[in-house]
Design a protein around this ligand. Structure first.
Ligand code: NDP
Length: 280
């Protein structure tokens, strides 16, 4: 069994991005910029945003941290996004979710310039992903593909089973796998005979949000198991896969933490650099 080390892969991606940023700065005199928008004071969201700004600075990007109070109106937030859309120093805009209930997240998402949509959630980018020509694709799913590539795991012709059909993980990862010529099955809460389906997987992606959901009887020998789940159980982070027994069967497996988790931020930075490069 090979343990897929997301921390290591993420660090290597960030090193590469840092170097490329330095070279581009030297050549063009310009710097990539990422704006993070946080509304309210949810402690977990605040940590995520701080971390994103910290990594921006480490890579030599400009970071524009916009922290707004909980009572910010939808109109005020829209007006900030409009300003960021028009600001040439900002190449990526990330609105940290969830937003407070009085703000319509869908409306806010639609107001972001698709060329600055580094989360890859704008319907324009979702549509481009579906037809196979997106530049900005969602970070966690793209991180999953980057892990498979790093470990030389062939995707083409393989049967990939995706557990979960959310817009942020299940559907985009399924589309990315399809684009790479996998035969893709997407499972969800209404799927019948789930174990029968998952046992057919060469590559099994778990994005369910339930601790220890994928048990050993759901996995065949020689499977690559990618655990996207992040669940907190008794204060400890755990994935969607029942790790110990499944790791005895799988060929490759991601741990939680230290698997897919660290990839998301690296791919966010990669998207920001990609968006920047289109402006050169
Ligand atoms: P959602 O809750 O949006 O989606 C969960 C999916 O799992 C749904 O499609 C649901 O089906 C399906 N599901 C739920 N119960 C079952 C079941 N009993 N059998 C089969 N399918 C089931 O979650 P997300 O996609 O947003 O996130 C999934 C996990 O990934 C979470 O743990 C989340 O924390 C983690 N995550 C990790 C990230 C990272 O950076 N590593 C980033 C984003 C998420 P249905 O559609 O029918 O309801």
């Amino acid at each position: 069994m090979v343990l897929i080390d997301g921390k290591k892969v993420s660090a290597e991606i960030r090193d590469r991005l840092k170097q490329e940023t330095e070279e581009l700065k030297e050549k063009t005199g310009r710097t990539p910029g990422l704006a993070t928008v946080l509304v309210g004071d949810d402690p977990a969201s605040a940590v995520y945003v701080r971390n994103k700004n910290k990594i921006c600075n480490e890579l030599g990007f400009q970071s524009f941290g916009k922290n707004l109070p909980e009572q910010t109106t939808e109109a005020e937030l829209m007006s900030l996004i409009n300003d960021l859309n028009g600001n040439d120093e900002v190449n990526g805009i990330l609105v940290q979710l969830p937003l407070p209930n009085h703000i319509d997240s869908e409306k806010i998402l639609l107001s972001i310039d698709p060329e600055k949509d580094v989360d890859g959630f704008h319907p324009i980018n979702v549509g481009k992903l579906a037809i196979g020509n997106a530049l900005l694709t969602p970070c966690t799913p793209t991180g999953v593909i980057a892990l498979l590539d790093y470990y030389g795991i062939e995707i083409s012709g393989k049967h990939a089973v995706v557990l979960g059909r959310s817009n942020i993980v299940g559907k985009p990862v399924a589309n990315l796998l399809l684009q790479r010529h996998a035969t893709v099955t997407i499972c969800h809460s209404k799927t019948k005979n789930l174990e029968e389906v998952t046992r057919q997987a060469d590559i099994l992606i778990a994005a369910v949000g339930r601790p220890h959901f994928v048990t050993a009887n759901m996995v065949s020998q020689n499977t690559v198991v990618i655990d996207v789940g992040i669940n907190r159980v008794d204060g400890k982070l755990t994935g969607d896969v029942d790790y110990d027994p499944v790791s005895e069967i799988a060929d490759f497996i991601t741990p939680v933490p230290g698997g897919v988790g660290p990839m998301t931020i690296a791919l966010l930075m990669e998207n920001t650099l990609k968006a920047f490069k289109t402006t050169l």
